[in-house]
Design a protein around this ligand. Structure first.
Ligand SMILES: [Zn+2]
Ligand SMILES: [Zn+2]
Ligand SMILES: [Zn+2]
Ligand SMILES: [Zn+2]
Length: 389
């Protein structure tokens, strides 16, 4: 049933999925499908200090004299939005353990204010998925939000109760879109009620970008989308392999992806999740099928591996690569990682692709292209980087 219509897509209700977007005519590759302003913005859940007004990285110099929160300068303090929320933020600051807790709760506070002030955009936000039923099963996380967010905000937002605040926390966890512009040093997240209706597909047919000037998103077709086709985005970076995608999608969005890529154990022959077998030194280890928690097996010697073992193994290597990448790595560091794990990871494994991409980034900053640079560039193209997934 169509519930809303514009010229390119309509919002439909799909059994077991809920509302989603469907093309009402053919959409050409790169054609703009949607431009949407955020309904509300705020800092990330775990954010380093940012200006509460414009979300720019904080210099550590200027704080609001009333609410004590980080701001760029007097100009950001004088903005109407800040003046409106300053006294309540001051009260929240007094009740919170520190600035990071206030920043963590700022988006939830701002969303509740839309409801309290009767702003019409609250209606589409309130209809977004919040997964409260699933989220309350995770007692530890639920208690953490109760203590750090609900119990604090309730004292300032006197008309709010536990149910609505947990719902808002769920709406943020399920729907917020993060942005991080390193050049402008602006980072945070926003709620885009229409974009949020786009379903996930690991081979999505559209992609959005955030314009940091006004925080609007632009959603464009990645390929021809035919009339009647569902418009999809990827909730995760496409480069991630199967175990990581499965875990994230299940833990954060509570579903098992059944897209064409997830249903093909070789992921369209890219082998971005494949491992090499250390038993026979010959075969590739791949999932046996596409079911949750299925065994992985070497295709040559048939040696089996539990999916949990594979997920932990890959996660450890990913942590290692992340630690290297975080600490201004040299070409040697990244080459070292690739070499060290060449017996474990297929050469197109996504960790290899990420290591190679990082390598190219370092080499691209060299003034003169060296032999090494040309070698790696060719190698990366040879091994199939620039994934089309
Ligand atoms: Zn600012
Ligand atoms: Zn203030
Ligand atoms: Zn998928
Ligand atoms: Zn084997």
């Amino acid at each position: 049933m169509a519930t809303d219509k514009n010229e390119i897509f309509e919002i439909i209700e799909k059994p077991q999925v809920g509302r989603c977007l469907r093309a009402t005519r053919n959409i050409e590759p790169l054609e703009v499908i949607l431009v949407e302003m955020p309904a509300v913005i705020g800092p990330h859940h775990s954010s380093t200090p940012v200006c509460v007004q414009c979300l720019r990285e904080h210099s550590g110099e200027y704080y609001c004299t009333d609410c004590n929160l980080p701001l760029c300068d007097e100009m950001c303090r004088e903005e109407e939005e800040h003046l409106e929320e300053c006294s309540e933020l001051a009260a929240i600051t007094k009740l919170s353990k520190g600035t990071e807790h206030v920043l963590m709760n700022l988006l939830a506070y701002r969303i509740y204010k839309l409801k309290e002030n009767g702003v019409p955009i609250w209606n589409p936000i309130s209809e977004l998925m919040d997964h409260t039923e699933e989220r309350c099963q995770n007692l530890e996380e639920w208690k953490m939000f109760q203590l750090n967010t609900v119990d604090v905000l309730k004292q300032v937002l006197t008309t709010a109760d536990d149910t609505i605040l947990h719902k808002i926390i769920g709406i943020i966890a399920t729907n917020s879109v993060g942005f991080n512009d390193k050049k402008e040093m602006i980072k945070g997240r926003g709620i885009y009620p229409t974009l949020s209706l786009a379903s996930h597909d690991c081979v999505c047919n559209s992609r959005y970008s955030v314009n940091i000037e006004d925080f609007s998103i632009t959603l464009r077709a990645r390929r021809l989308i035919e009339e009647g086709e569902e418009i999809t985005i990827s909730y995760l970076p496409s480069i991630f392999g199967v175990p990581k995608r499965k875990t994230h999608l299940e833990e954060e969005w509570y579903f098992q992806c059944r897209c064409a890529r997830c249903m093909d154990v070789t992921e369209f022959g890219t082998y971005v999740s494949a491992l090499k077998c250390s038993h026979c030194q010959e075969g590739l280890i791949l999932p046996e099928n596409c079911n949750k928690d299925c065994l992985w097996r070497c295709r040559f010697c048939m040696n089996p591996f539990e999916s949990e073992f594979i997920a932990n193994f890959v996660q450890n290597l990913e942590d290692e690569l992340y630690a290297i990448s975080k600490s201004s790595p040299t070409v040697k560091d990244l080459e070292g990682f690739i070499k060290k794990h060449s017996g474990d990871l297929h050469n197109k494994h996504y960790l290899n692709l990420i290591a190679q991409r990082n390598l190219i980034q370092i080499l691209s900053q060299e003034n003169k292209p060296s032999k090494l640079c040309i070698f790696h560039t060719q190698n990366v193209f040879y091994t199939g980087y620039i994934p089309l997934l």
